[in-house]
Design a protein around this ligand. Structure first.
Ligand code: ZN
Length: 147
């Protein structure tokens, strides 16, 4: 680390703390890579679906703006919208579980939702995503300054 010259010890300590906090903030916002995403899907499948959902590929896509995730059961491929990046982990996990469940049950019938009940934060994550959609529709975000 490069420390500016002529800093007092107290200033130096404060500066190091600021830098460490900045690094920690970057770390927590770090986006999962596609490989990590696939690993995570595998872990979620093992934890909630007895490992029965086995995606062949899991990746981020940037061309999906109206859906959070999608899957092609015949190919076993799952795609997650990049708009989920930066959202809480439990929300990303929910969307992964949702798409994993579709590999086992197509459509959104009672069997599908019963399967998804295995993931304990389904309702909370759905509420979060509904909130995001609702906020997107507001003419001005709350607290935003009128330009
Ligand atoms: Zn669905």
């Amino acid at each position: 680390m490069l420390i500016p010259a002529r800093m007092s010890e107290a200033e130096e300590k404060r500066w190091v703390t600021v830098m460490l906090n900045k690094l920690a903030a970057q770390e927590s916002k770090r986006v999962l890579g596609d490989a990590e995403l696939a690993e995570r899907a595998e872990r979620l499948s093992a934890q909630y679906f007895g490992g029965r959902a086995r995606p062949a590929s899991v990746r981020w896509v940037t061309n999906q703006n109206t859906r959070w995730g999608s899957c092609t059961p015949s190919e076993g491929s799952i795609r997650l919208s990049h708009r989920l990046q930066g959202m809480p982990e439990y929300v990303v996990d929910y969307v992964l579980c949702h798409e994993l469940a579709h590999l086992l049950v197509p459509g959104h019938g009672p069997r599908f939702w019963r399967l998804l009940e295995a993931y304990p934060r389904t309702e909370r994550a759905r509420g979060y995503l509904e909130g995001v959609v609702a906020a997107d529709r507001l003419p001005h975000a709350p607290g935003a300054r009128d330009e």
